[in-house]
Design a protein around this ligand. Structure first.
Ligand code: CP
Ligand code: NVA
Length: 306
């Protein structure tokens, strides 16, 4: 039997995403009602963190526990990975002992190599290239507040980073438009955009124009994990790319603001927008828990009703 992984958003098709969103709604309602739901009783999740985390760590650990299972948290430093054990060997060993693996690491190839040698599903908890669990939560949050994302316009302001490329996959998969505006030198890599993406994507030099009429405005830190050496240069280069009240005023009157967090107030987003009435960042963060519970349940058990 082939093992189902979630290394990129596109590892699941549109129908599977629709299933996950409706299942998330059910699991969230059950959670709020204190319903005990243990379909993953005695199952074990191994989490491997090669970068820092608050939301991913807590949501996966709490999530697997709420589904009846438990977790082990591993970092490079406290495993033999730190002493150079090959990822293929680590994958073969860990996946004989646990039921599910979540990895946060650097290159996407690391997680792909792990998955190739894993007997159990592997989930991408963020790589330099993609952050699919976050986009699951973001799209779910949009649907929760505004019913459907199909045909809407999402404006991405800032670095064309792991979040941006996952938004691009979502746009094509779920049929919405993506506007992007990034400073020169931090924009789209043409090698990462296919001709099939083109109808969903429009680039703008002026971030204000990218936000104009958008139904969702979203951004991320100017310096992602792994790029810390560029922080000072990036602060200068991104200075005109803050999502502020003036920018939100150009968006659709019903527009939402999202940020995967952690946020840097006064850099990529103003305090007023982050804490303002259009911001749904706390729902967005909470929804990591609910979408990932639906995802873990789906990867291990398939579609589930109770
Ligand atoms: N948004 C997100 O993935 O947060 P953490 O880095 O805290 O996990
Ligand atoms: N783009 C950011 C997201 C953090 C959740 C990073 O990779 O650091």
């Amino acid at each position: 039997m082939t093992v189902k992984h979630f290394l990129q958003l596109t590892d699941l098709d549109r129908d599977e995403h629709q299933y996950l969103f409706q299942r998330t709604r059910q699991l969230k309602a059950m959670f709020k009602d204190y319903v005990i739901h243990h379909p993953l009783k005695d199952r074990m999740l191994a989490m491997v963190f090669e970068k820092q985390s608050t939301r991913t760590r807590v949501s996966f650990e709490a999530g697997i526990h709420q589904l009846g299972g438990s977790s082990i948290n591993l970092t490079r430093g406290d495993t033999q990975l730190g002493r150079g054990e090959p990822i293929e060997d680590v994958a073969r060993v860990i996946s004989r002992m646990v039921d599910l693996v979540m990895i946060r690491t650097y290159d996407q190839t690391i997680i792909e190599r792990f998955a190739e040698y894993s007997r159990v599903p592997v989930i991408n908890g963020l790589t330099n290239e993609y952050h699919p669990c976050q986009i699951l939560a973001d799209v779910y949050t949009y649907i929760e507040h505004r019913e459907s994302i199909q045909g809407r316009t999402v404006a991405w302001i800032g670095d064309a980073n792991n979040m941006f490329y996952t938004w691009l996959q979502a746009a094509r998969l779920l049929d919405f438009k993506l506007h992007v505006s990034a400073p020169e030198g931090y924009g789209i890599d043409p090698a990462r955009v296919s001709p099939e993406d083109a109808p969903y994507l429009t680039s703008f030099a002026d971030p204000m124009e990218a936000a104009r009429g958008a139904h969702l405005v979203t951004t991320d830190v100017w310096t992602s994990m792994g790029f810390e050496a560029e922080t000072d240069e990036r602060k200068k280069d991104f200075a005109d790319f803050q999502v502020d009240e003036e920018m939100m005023a150009l968006a659709d009157p019903q527009a939402l603001f999202m940020h995967c967090l952690p946020a840097h107030r006064g850099e990529e987003v103003s305090e007023g927008v982050l804490e303002g009435p259009q911001s749904v960042v706390w729902d967005e963060a909470e929804n990591r828990l609910h979408v990932q519970k639906a995802l873990m349940e789906y990867l291990l058990l398939g579609r589930h009703q109770d």
